[in-house]
Design a protein around this ligand. Structure first.
Ligand code: AQP
Length: 350
């Protein structure tokens, strides 16, 4: 079975972008894959070191996973800091990756802002830790939102450079496989990861500005739908969402140049598990005054059972804590095996 890995940072309230770009895909992938889903707490201290309630945030992401339908018995759910091998492999990848690669990352530029010299070293090295998260399990498929595409390309570059730098040693250790990348045959220890980004809403945009990503850090709460929002709040936010004065088009091409319309149609399609074309075949020619109430009903019907279950799980956290503990043990077993092999390839004595 293909091995899937992905993570979510415990940095605030989850929103519809996190759900549609990531968690909903995590749930769907369980059927035919071996999945590892991680609350990436080590990542959460890169932009902001001190969090008011980090344990609560970690538990609430795990609760969102479980409430959305992830099965922690069949798959693995854990928090990153419980498996020290993530940080250990990240250190090695810090020595594989080049500073120039990191400096080019748009997320680093966005989050560091103008005062780049004052950003944490961890924020610069973020993609190296992300590559380690995935490759410490030698996972091959990574469901993420479109904003993470560049980081996954970097994970491939890191894996490739490691494989090329240690070709002879990987061969003599007997732990690699022959793969072909482009035209080039490589004896690889680390696989080339594939991002899973497709779907009708790979990048959910702000409800206030269709050119900006829906994000936890947007100062306007009206810009996003939070997973913990109640039905009235969801309804208010969708009713207030920015739109243009035209009716919905009958065809997808008609959404071009209408970012807010495209965003709402994409959200509808993703929530209904269908395509934008199908949504437009139903709503084409209708005004937003008709479409928005239908979107409210759909969003509430999908999200409210998840919100209710998350609330229930957070009432007594012992269940979530037990899931994370057990998941951490299972993940650590796998990660230890990789790190023993990596140490052998590099030449560290154990
Ligand atoms: N707007 C989005 N549309 C689609 N997918 C998204 N993701 C995030 N925003 C969108 C995906 O959610 C997963 C977890 O993301 P994260 O934990 O790294 O959180 P984030 O990207 O830092 O979330 P925000 O809201 O964007 O936070 P800030 O405001 O801090 O930048 C990832 O798979 C991500 O692609």
């Amino acid at each position: 079975k293909p091995l899937v890995f992905s993570g979510v940072q415990p940095t605030g309230n989850l929103h519809l972008g996190n759900y549609l770009g990531a968690i909903r895909k995590f749930v769907a992938l369980q059927e035919n894959n071996d999945c590892i889903y991680c609350v990436v707490d080590l990542h959460s201290i890169t932009a902001q070191l001190v969090h008011e309630d980090l344990p609560g945030q970690i538990r609430s992401i795990a609760a969102a996973f479980i409430a959305s339908g992830i099965d922690p018995e069949k798959h693995i759910v854990f928090n990153q800091s419980a498996v020290p091998q993530h940080a250990e492999l990240a250190w090695i990848f810090n020595c594989v990756a080049r500073i120039g690669w990191m400096n080019r990352m748009t997320q680093f530029k966005d989050k560091a802002g103008k005062d780049r010299e004052n950003a944490s070293l961890g924020l610069l090295a973020y993609p190296s830790l992300m590559a380690a998260d995935i490759l410490v399990y030698r996972a091959t498929h990574v469901p993420v939102g479109d904003d993470q595409k560049q980081h996954l390309e970097l994970a491939r570059d890191i894996a490739m450079k490691f494989n090329l730098d240690f070709q002879t040693k990987i061969r003599s250790a007997g732990t690699g496989v022959d793969i072909v990348v482009g035209e080039e045959p490589v004896h690889a220890y680390f696989p080339m990861v594939e991002p899973l980004i497709e779907g009708p809403a790979p990048r959910v945009m702000s409800l206030r500005d269709g050119t900006k990503k829906m994000s936890k850090s947007d100062p306007s709460d009206l810009s996003r739908i939070n997973l913990m929002d109640d039905a009235d709040t969801i309804s208010k936010k969708i009713r207030k969402a920015k739109t243009d004065p035209d009716a919905l088009p009958g065809e997808v091409e008609g959404l071009q140049g209408r970012p807010e319309a495209e965003n709402l149609v994409g959200i509808y399609a993703a929530l209904a598990d269908t395509s934008k074309a199908k949504v437009l075949s139903e709503f084409g020619g209708q005004q937003f005054s008709t479409f928005k109430p239908a979107l409210v009903d759909l969003a509430v019907s999908v999200l409210s059972p998840i919100t209710g279950e998350m609330r229930r799980l957070m009432e007594d956290t012992s269940h979530i804590d037990a899931i994370l503990r057990r998941g951490g043990e299972r993940a650590r077993e796998r990660a230890e095996k990789t790190m023993a092999e990596v140490a052998d390839i590099i030449g560290f004595l154990r």
